[in-house]
Design a protein. Structure first.
Length: 167
């Protein structure tokens, strides 16, 4: 922690992110969500994608800050546009539920596809559900099964059940 703090105070974005992570999880320091937000923000403002994604989560959940769905979307988008799969998945959720943005099935699918193509099992499963239901994409059972299989191959329990029902 001593070295992370020294580097973080000198402006090192990766050290700032890790310091935020330690405060968020109470590892090596007492858990302090406000301190986590402070350090995530410093790293996020320097373009550190994982810090941006985590800052989005803090805003979405009201951890260490007042809950603000629009602010969560802002930070998710910054990380998602850098290719951060978890941020892409979370951005898809915001569009699916209309949290901080209007509900938009096409945007939901767009962001989940990006995360799914990077191997994020939950995004693969959700994309399969969209194809099975025809929400945001044309209904396509074969495409649904393809995405369920990808998620199941990673151990996703619900996807395994879906694939089992297809065999």
């Amino acid at each position: 922690m001593k070295w992370y703090r020294k580097a973080a105070e000198q402006g090192d974005a990766e050290a700032q992110f890790h310091l935020g992570l330690h405060y968020a999880n109470g590892k090596g320091v007492p858990k302090n969500e406000a301190e986590a937000v402070k350090w995530y923000r410093k790293a996020a403002e320097q373009g550190e994608a994982e810090a941006q994604s985590n800052l989005g989560v803090m805003y979405a959940n009201g951890e260490g800050v007042t809950k603000d769905e629009a602010e969560a979307v802002k930070w998710y988008r910054k990380a998602a546009e850098q290719g951060h799969a978890v941020a892409q998945f979370n951005l898809g959720i915001t569009y699916a539920n209309g949290q901080g943005v209007p509900k938009d099935e096409a945007e939901t699918v767009k962001w989940w596809r990006k995360a799914a193509e990077q191997g994020l099992a939950e995004a693969q499963f959700n994309l399969g559900v969209r194809y099975a239901d025809g929400r945001g994409v044309p209904k396509d059972q074969a495409e649904a099964v393809k995405w369920y299989r990808k998620a199941a191959d990673q151990g996703h329990a619900k996807a395994k059940l879906k694939v089992g029902n297809q065999d």
